[in-house]
Design a protein around this ligand. Sequence first.
Ligand SMILES: [Zn+2]
Length: 272
Amino acid sequence: MPELPEVEVIKDGLRRKLRNRTIKGVDILFKGSIKNLSPPVFGKRMLGRKFEDVSRRGKFLIFSLDNGSFLIIHLRMTGQLTYCPSNEEADKYLCLKFILDNGYQLRFMDMRRFGVVYLVKKLEEITTLANLGPEPLESNFTALSLEEILKGQKKKVKIVLMDQNLIAGIGNIYATEALYQAKINPERKANQLTEAEVKELHRAIRDILQRSISARGTSTDNYRDAEGKKGNFQYQLQVYQRGGEPCSRCGAKISQIKISGRSTYFCPSCQK
Ligand SMILES: [Zn+2]
């Protein structure tokens, strides 16, 4: 599932390509992707619009259109967004395509079909977007703000890190890796971390996310960037999907457990 770094890489790729491009055609192949409008109304309203900008909030992609409205896409489990020449062969999981004025298309593919597409006049219309917690890479997300968030939570720290209402954009991969880097056991109660541990965790979260963006994201699943290329951060993962392998810090065997139904990996020896 694409998390903050992957969505950020897609956003950067699309931003450069889509600015000032006009939509000449809309082809809806899977109607279920469009969530807040009937597909014909969606198609009619998107036709003729020009892309002004692309931004990211949490795991949401936000496309600003020339009439002040917003196209919003959340890729969820397996969604992919690519910008490609019109004559390129279509993927069998193609759900939606926008035909652009320069011989290219913006295509939304989704194997599992959990991805969601909205067209809204105001961003606040999407409550899951409006309720997102702070952006972990923004300068106002400090060790102190993380401490404030964790202090009020009795749940396991890993669950809290993945709660989009508390912090935006972190999912299973980066929660797992950040806790390893900070040497914190994912089952610890969030409100029982020491001040030093919170500082270490804050540093780890920002470091992991930044490094993943630099490596163009993690392609352990079907994630691809806006040009259809794989990311490279999977080669830098220390514990995620490495159950049974030796810890690179201490050599102990990496454990695999479930927390809230999600596979979680950690070193039982050096994550306290
Ligand atoms: Zn270890």
